[in-house]
Structure formats: structure tokens, C-alpha cells
Design a protein around this ligand. Structure first.
Ligand SMILES: [Zn+2]
Length: 188
């Protein structure tokens, strides 16, 4: 039986101690998949420390040197896998970044390249912020070197191949539901 552990919102604000406390033992058995924000925008998210919240400042991952050093070692050792989790993660409009944001194609391409360079690894999976993605978001991902969306292999799910619009249901917010993405995420 295969399963995946997905943890969202690793960012500039995350400490190695946070990750060790949560996954110290588990990651020795197999890699934990971290959805990492390249340039975290300090908006209203509870994942942002209170003193930074709602400042709307941008915090690149590489400015947290201890976290980057830790992640490089742990990823190289196969204890974590890095996934791209949006670009800023939040928008000032408070709508999901990959439903209503701008320049999504370059955000996927540049965010992926940035994480690959900073963490010295390959990024093969995109996790949309807030588990929501719109048509333009899906097109951006398909165009950016066909980065796969949640392609971890889970029992019964198999490999569905590159994302296509037809695989996802519509919702009432001019976006697409992420039910298919969450299913493939198979988190516990
Ligand atoms: Zn998130």
C-alpha cells in the first residue's frame, strides 16, 4: 500500500525545529512532501507569524538561511520532497492566487526554477494555494513544462498523466474545484 504525506505552507517563516518536531521520526521511514511557498507574502494567513501578519511584505525563502541549509540536507537524504505551492501564496484581494492572480505562467516557471536553485533539487509537483485553481492557473501549469499536478501515486489512483481541464469539475466561483487534486494528494 502506498500513501503520501503532504504538508502545506513551508515558507520563510518556518523553522527547522518546526519540521523536526512534526516529522522527525516519520521522515526517516520515507519522504514527507512539503508544499513550499517561494516568496511568501505576509498577508492574513495564520501560517504567517502575528507580528508580520497583514504587512503585505514579501519574504523569499532563501533569506531563511538555517531553513534552506536544513532542507537541502534533508531533501538530498530523501527525507523530504519539495513541491511548489504558489508564488506569493496570498493575494491582496484575498482570492486564491491561482484562481485570480496575474502572470501565473511566469509565476509557475520562475517559482519552480527559484526553488530548484535554492534547494538544489527538482520540483515535479504543483500544489495550488488554498487547494483551488482556475482555468488560467491550470493553463499556466500545463504550459510551464507540463509540471504535473499532484502526481504522487496513491493506491487506486494511479498516474493520471498531465492535468487537463476536462478532469476537474466546475464550481460557482469561476474556478475549478480541486477535488481531483486533493484526491491524488491522498494526505493522511
Ligand atoms: Zn497553503
Amino acid at each position: 500500500m502506498y500513501f503520501c504525506i503532504r504538508d502545506d505552507d513551508t515558507s520563510f517563516f518556518t523553522s527547522p525545529e518546526d519540521l523536526e518536531r512534526s516529522y522527525g521520526k516519520i521522515k526517516s521511514v520515507g519522504p514527507v512532501s512539503l508544499a513550499i511557498i517561494p516568496f511568501c507574502l505576509a498577508g492574513s494567513s495564520k501560517a504567517v507569524p502575528e507580528k508580520f501578519r497583514n504587512r503585505w511584505t514579501i519574504h523569499p525563502l532563501d533569506q531563511n538561511r538555517s531553513l534552506v541549509s536544513y532542507l537541502r540536507l534533508e531533501i538530498a537524504a530523501g527525507r523530504f520532497e519539495a513541491m511548489l505551492h504558489g508564488y506569493y501564496h496570498e493575494t491582496r484581494s484575498l482570492k486564491p492566487e491561482f484562481v485570480s492572480g496575474d502572470d501565473l505562467m511566469s509565476k509557475v516557471r520562475d517559482g519552480r526554477k527559484y526553488l530548484e536553485d535554492v534547494l538544489e533539487t527538482r520540483i515535479a509537483v504543483f500544489v495550488p494555494p488554498h487547494n483551488r485553481i482556475g482555468r488560467r492557473g491550470l493553463s499556466a501549469i500545463e504550459s510551464a513544462d507540463r509540471t504535473s499536478v499532484e502526481r504522487q501515486v496513491c493506491e487506486g489512483a494511479g498516474d493520471l498523466g498531465p492535468p487537463t481541464l476536462g478532469r476537474y469539475g466546475r464550481d460557482s466561483n469561476d474556478g475549478l474545484t480541486t477535488a481531483g487534486l486533493e484526491f491524488l494528494g491522498c494526505s493522511i
